[in-house]
Design a protein around this ligand. Sequence first.
Ligand code: KIV
Ligand code: NA
Length: 267
Amino acid sequence: MSKADLFLDKKRRGEKIVVVTAYDAPTARIEVEAGVDIILVGDSVGVNVLGYAHEREVTLADMAHHIAAVRRGAPDVYLIGDLPFATYDTPEQALTSSRLLRDAGADCVKFEGAQPDVVAALTAAGFDVCGHLGLESQHQEVKRRQGKTAAAAAKLLDDALAGDAAGQKFLVLELVPRELAARISRSVRAATIGIGAGPDVDGQVLVVNDLAGVTTRDFKHNRRYADIGAALRAAVGAYAAEVRAGAFPGPAQSFHMAEDERAAFER
Ligand code: KIV
Ligand code: NA
């Protein structure tokens, strides 16, 4: 039984699957301590951490670098890694790219869009695959909700079923109407993981920077559970003020020479 089957069992039992992104070791460690089920190292690392303007700038080397960091911080967690833009155009390319992410520590690889041939090739090679439908950041310039018309929804459902037939274990549904996400979740074997897809899915994922309040933008799909950005700004501001005032470091942060060494040194 593969680790992914544990999550398919959760789906069958109606237990929600908790997924969150991480891009570095300490955040991954904290997330495991907080009890998450799965960590996603998304290509959202590009915009959230690396300062890129678009997901499309993220490279396989970037992904491997951050997957390895997360794996060091969370040795046992089930880790899904994103295949970045233009690294899965053919099944062969997807295989080569996925091996790199697996070697870095990924248990499962995720890619955007309907490419059942890629899902089938990766599954046949022993990879766990996570599909990703709805908003596809790599493929859309303007980030808008998808599947709003009956025809668009029917197409998305078809794509979800095709990915399922090809063996996907998970399916991320991003910014699609609640009704469509519910219908897909009932129709596929894969565990659906929603983001802006309503509550009737098998699990949820959020970007950690969004839920923790590091991101300055507000997204309708997000809920801020903390204001880490404000806390960090205040901490650094207080440090700067104390340095300038000569109040930091104080006696507690200073080190001393042994008395005889000091006397010899100052002679
Ligand atoms: O890159 C990412 O963080 C993602 C999630 C938004 C699902 O793909
Ligand atoms: Na992504």
